[in-house]
Ligand binder design. Structure first.
Ligand code: 13P
Ligand code: SF4
Length: 350
């Protein structure tokens, strides 16, 4: 028998910043900054690793300079395989921390150390650890969107790209799972696997804003459109999806599905890559407006928005904003991350 039980904890209030507005650059200014960043990357023996939710100009620059633009799983893997001694991570803090944990000998810089994530902030390590202590018979599986301390308290780390097969694997072995922090992704994998799980009640403030009733209406206006949904979204939104998956899975769906129109329920930064891989297709943002809407972010993660050409150039000039994780903590947190990466490598081989 499977069960869905959430921790009865009071989560800290999360301050969601306004989406940053960056001064507009002229074409020449932009080109100048990009050229400066390119030479600073060479000078620092650095490589740029960007997430799909960052500004298109950063994603393109990462690719132009031999870095990568990817989902959080691939960002972690790329950093371990690339020979550069400085990893410049354009994304949110847990991504920089994961890079540092996996590459403690490398220097990891981020354009803005305040770029956090509501899932990370909503899962303080001491509170989470108490919850784990209350359930010693459970295997602790945490989403990558967590602090190094929370990872160090876990048995497995997963990203949205690999959560499903890992939970399936653990459920087959009869393990009971304590899942944290994203309740929506947790519920989604629980429903598909039937695993016996208990949940930390965190959520992503960006994906929680997608509105199911407004989506139903939008689907009626675009009856041939495929609906693509990131599993951090609410259940009624996920239920309307043709494809539910990680950022990479959603990009592949746009590229490979024999459809012309797509309604996309995830951060709008992803459209940059989608347009690149499927230039003729029509992409429509899933609604964040409608009944009960707060639209704090309107499908634009404010923390991802803290990355810009300007502050990227600045950290490369100054060496500021280095991510530091003590070797002892990194050693503990590395175990569950490596478990995930090894599992992913085995899956790829198979
Ligand atoms: P991915 O692992 O799919 O890249 O997602 C990370 C994330 O923060 C989604 O909101
Ligand atoms: Fe975190 Fe949500 Fe932003 Fe992803 S989109 S980084 S889960 S707040």
């Amino acid at each position: 028998m499977s069960s869905i039980v959430s921790a009865s904890v009071t989560l800290p209030t999360i301050h969601v910043p306004d989406n940053p507005v960056w001064p507009e650059l002229s074409k020449e200014e932009e080109l100048q900054l990009k050229n400066e960043i390119k030479s600073l990357l060479v000078k620092n023996n650095g490589v740029l690793v960007a997430h799909y939710y960052t500004a298109g100009v950063l994603q393109d620059l990462a690719e132009e300079t031999g870095g990568c633009v990817a989902d959080s799983l691939e960002m972690a893997r790329f950093g371990t395989e690339h020979p550069a001694s400085t990893l410049v991570v354009a994304g949110v803090k847990f991504m920089g921390e994961t890079s540092k944990i996996l590459n403690n000998e490398k220097r990891v810089l981020m354009p803005d150390l305040n770029a956090t994530c509501s899932l990370d902030e909503g899962c303080p390590a001491d509170m989470f650890s108490d919850y784990c202590d209350q359930h010693p018979e459970h295997t602790v599986v945490v989403y990558a969107n967590t602090s190094a301390k929370v990872k160090a308290r876990s048995d497995w780390v997963v990203t949205s790209g690999i959560a499903l097969p890992i939970i399936e694997h653990l459920a087959k072995k009869g393990e009971k799972i304590l899942w944290g922090p994203d309740k929506h992704l947790g519920r989604y994998v629980q429903q598909l696997t039937g695993a016996d799980m208990i949940f930390w009640p965190g959520s992503c403030v960006v994906h929680e804003e997608f509105r199911s009733v407004a989506l139903e209406r939008l689907k009626k206006l675009h009856p041939d459109a495929a609906v693509l949904v990131h599993p951090e979204s609410p259940e009624q939104v996920v239920q309307q999806a043709d494809v539910v998956g990680s950022t990479t899975a959603l990009i592949k769906a746009v590229q490979n599905m024999d459809r012309q129109e797509f309604i996309v329920a995830t951060d709008a930064g992803i459209f940059n890559k989608m347009r690149q891989v499927a230039p003729g297709k029509t992409l429509i943002e899933a609604p964040t407006m409608g009944e009960g809407a707060t639209c704090q972010s309107c499908a634009r993660c404010p923390w991802m928005g803290m990355n810009s050409l300007q502050n990227l150039a600045e950290v490369l000039r100054t060496g500021q904003n280095e991510i530091l994780v003590s070797p002892e903590l990194a050693e503990k947190a590395r175990v569950p991350i490596k478990r995930m990466l090894d599992f992913a490598a085995k899956m790829k081989k198979a």
